[in-house]
Design a protein around this ligand. Structure first.
Ligand code: DGJ
Length: 721
């Protein structure tokens, strides 16, 4: 619900659980009066904090005298929704527009507003949708130009989530340059917070870094051209003593797959400004007269009840309001992927054997990974040549065989890349980024295609269509195995090079849209050398993303635990592989806390291992939707701070729950776990006994994992009727 008190110039955005109060002050600037747990109308005088002694004086040019701003606000320290650039606020402004005369000063002031049901409507690009929200659209005008912005703030009535973004419209006669276009900025009254973000590299994504807000500016960002392995756009801040179920927590994310940037700024006044959006690194967008520019939506999840409530808000909102995949609430077939089993080393016969063997462990969707196209025998060739490698594989035969077994068929593509040893590169060198250099940098022997160009996107689209029109494909794994190291496009004019990285991301989205529009029954799974592009922009199109090339449980448990703090388990693609760290069954427990699937040489399995794997299939089939996909997830013990990890999933009516405990190698575990979210007055039976919900919530589940090896315990509870 959004209300506007015209007399007081005060907006209230609330869902009765959280509140955002915004005031239009006497200089037409938007001040944040309050953001947090639901609150009745705050006293406007509470905005002015004399302690910092920063109340602004100004010179009234007309009257020739010094005055104090009517509202007693301070440019330097008041809490603004969109801070000014220059003119007294030294905190980083979220928006900088350089005018045609070279001026950098930017000051957006209130003009008018609209309130409507739902979220802003966009025809293209990833965006939030649904009718459970209300939107406040505020029109603001730059004091120094005819550039306007629509500042959209939506509040969900079903999750404690706020969505913010900005749309630019140049109503002036001359062009301007947008030098910074962040999607949101949040000023907080103090800086007593810890920042949690998730860093890593290939095969080692999403380790948690936790640090205090410092006086100064902390930047968390990607300039890899994609959201990156190195840092993820999901970040949260916690009040100093917050835990999984207590304290104030604010989570942030961006519906975007390219370079992003967070700035956390605090000066001697010890207040915090958090801002987030497209990274301004090498960003310079020319906004010609009449044009507009839309910033990606940022999502803010608020909790006054600890980290899990922030993360549950995200889970619900992402599943209900962001993932556009139509069949999200239907049964998802169990995937078998060929990559870790045979890599490039296959032919028609060996793949048919894989199909048979995968069927024995319940595979319902057979995916042929890298190596079926061009002349691809290893990483050194053929990206960009999307035609079947006939001498290597009879793809039609494989597809028909898979379908004859009532299984679905999936294929791997890496659409954004080109091998220098490819027909595409030989005929269209200009399609590759970096060819203007004497020594273009290779990674995995490949270059990135210039997706800022429609011509390049169209070329790849028509090649992919030929394959998809020839064989029936139900699933695509969309890979991206290198980052963007060159920021110059041969297709864009001199003045527009600062647009290239964002235009690339738009090209990525446009190809996804073209494919999904033409083949609406195909499910696309995201991947970028594992988790190098695990973000909300990709999730809008792809309901799940391969989370990491590291499937060893000892490391994968950290990735799954941390990724699930910001993303639903249903999006975290996790497979059972041939790793020897632990048994197939125990690896299966971990895969159940993800999307569940296989990635192995199935011919290596013994009869005992096959029946071990098969014993899990019914758990997946019976409960994957209500429990693993839609259940409420509790993070009990973090593997970052302890030598084991524990999570719990409870279904909506609290009649079933599961607990996973994964302990590291070399320790013996004897712990009592306090469970959450249960029906206190009910009893639950499990493989380790019958327990009252009340007792389980008071730390009485005894866990004993006593081998020296890595060990995974899985406890399945059902309410006793
Ligand atoms: C990287 C992916 O993460 C793997 O799963 C696999 O698809 C390879 N690329 C194929 O080249």
């Amino acid at each position: 619900m959004i209300t506007f008190d015209k007399e007081a110039n005060l907006f209230h955005l609330t869902n009765k659980s959280i509140s955002l109060w915004i005031y239009i002050n006497s200089e037409s600037l938007l001040e944040t009066v309050y953001f947090g747990k639901y609150c009745e109308r705050p006293n406007l005088s509470s905005r002015v904090k004399d302690v910092d002694n920063c109340t602004t004086q100004y010179f009234d040019q007309k009257e020739g005298i010094e005055k104090t701003f009517k509202d007693n606000f301070s440019i330097k320290s008041s809490r603004f929704e969109i801070g000014v650039h220059n003119g007294g606020d030294n905190r980083p402004a979220p928006i900088i527009v350089q005018k045609n005369n070279g001026m950098y000063d930017t000051n957006f002031q209130y003009v008018s507003h609209k309130i409507y049901k739902g979220y802003p409507k966009y025809e293209n690009g990833p965006h939030v949708f649904g009718m459970d929200g209300d939107t406040l659209e505020i029109l603001l005008k730059d004091e120094f130009s005819d550039v306007y912005i629509k500042y959209n703030i939506s509040i969900s009535s079903t999750s404690d989530v706020i969505v913010k973004n900005v749309e630019f419209i140049n109503k002036g006669k001359s062009k301007v340059n947008i030098l910074r276009a962040l999607s949101m900025s949040l000023d907080l009254d103090d800086c007593e917070y810890k920042i949690h973000h998730f860093y890593g590299n290939w095969g080692n994504e999403r380790n948690e870094s936790v640090n205090d807000v410092i006086v100064g500016e902390q930047i968390i960002s990607s300039n890899y051209g994609r959201s990156s392995h190195e840092d993820n756009p999901f970040v949260f801040i916690t009040s100093k003593n917050a835990t999984y179920d207590e304290g104030e927590v604010i989570g942030f994310n961006l519906v975007y797959s390219g370079n992003f940037k967070y700035s956390f700024y605090s000066d001697y006044l010890k207040k915090l400004r958090v801002s987030l959006g497209i990274n301004d690194f090498d960003f310079n967008w020319v906004l010609v007269s009449g044009a507009n520019f839309v910033c990606p939506q940022s999502i803010i999840s608020y909790s006054s009840k600890g980290i899990d409530s922030m993360s549950q808000n995200f889970h619900k909102f992402i599943r209900n309001n962001l993932i556009s995949y139509k069949k999200i609430s239907q049964y998802k077939p169990i995937i078998f992927n060929s990559w870790e089993g045979c890599m490039f080393d296959f032919n028609t016969e060996s793949i048919l054997q894989y199909v048979d063997a995968s069927e024995k462990i319940g595979s319902e969707l057979f995916v042929l990974d890298d190596g079926w196209f061009g002349k691809r025998k290893d990483v050194n060739s053929s990206l960009g040549d999307w035609f079947i490698f006939e001498e290597k594989i009879d793809l039609k035969k494989v597809e028909e065989y898979v379908h004859s077994k009532k299984m679905k068929f999936g294929l791997w593509f890496e659409p954004e890349m080109v091998s220098f040893n490819s027909d595409l590169f030989r005929t269209h060198k200009e399609y590759a980024l970096g060819v203007y250099r004497k020594h273009p940098i290779l990674h995995r022997s490949q270059l990135v295609l210039d997706f800022s160009s429609e011509e390049v996107v169209e070329n790849i689209f028509s090649q992919i269509c030929k394959v998809l029109d020839y064989i029936k494909v139900d699933y695509i794994k969309w890979d991206m195995n290198r980052d963007i190291k060159e920021h110059y496009s041969l297709f864009l004019g001199d003045e527009h090079q600062g647009e290239m990285l964002h235009r690339y991301v738009l090209g990525y989205y446009s190809l996804l849209e073209k494919i999904l529009n033409k083949y609406p029954n195909i499910m696309i799974e995201g991947c970028a050398s594992g988790g190098g592009r695990f973000d909300l922009g990709t999730l809008y199109y792809c309901p799940q993303i391969w989370a990491s090339d590291m499937s060893q449980p000892s490391l994968r448990m950290i990735n799954n635990f941390n990724t699930s703090l910001g993303y639903p388990l249903s999006t975290i693609s996790t497979h059972i592989n041939n790793s020897i760290e632990t048994s197939y069954k125990e690896k299966g427990y971990l895969a159940l806390f993800g999307t569940y699937g296989y990635e192995m040489n199935p011919l290596m399995l013994t009869e005992r291992e096959i029946s071990e794997i098969n014993s899990l299939i019914n758990v997946y089939k019976n409960d994957h939707l209500s429990l693993f996909e839609e259940g409420t997830l509790y993070h009990l013990v973090s593997p970052e701070q302890h030598n084991f990890m524990a999570m719990e999933l409870v279904n909506a009516d609290r009649t079933k729950f599961v607990v996973i405990v994964c302990k590291k190698q070399g320790i013996r575990l004897s712990e009592k776990l306090r469970l959450k979210g249960l029906n206190e007055s009910s009893k639950y039976k499990s493989n380790i006994g019958v327990f009252a919900g009340k007792f389980l919530q008071n730390r009485t589940l005894d866990i004993k994992l006593e081998s020296d090896n890595l060990e995974i315990g899985f406890y399945y509870f059902e309410m006793v009727k």
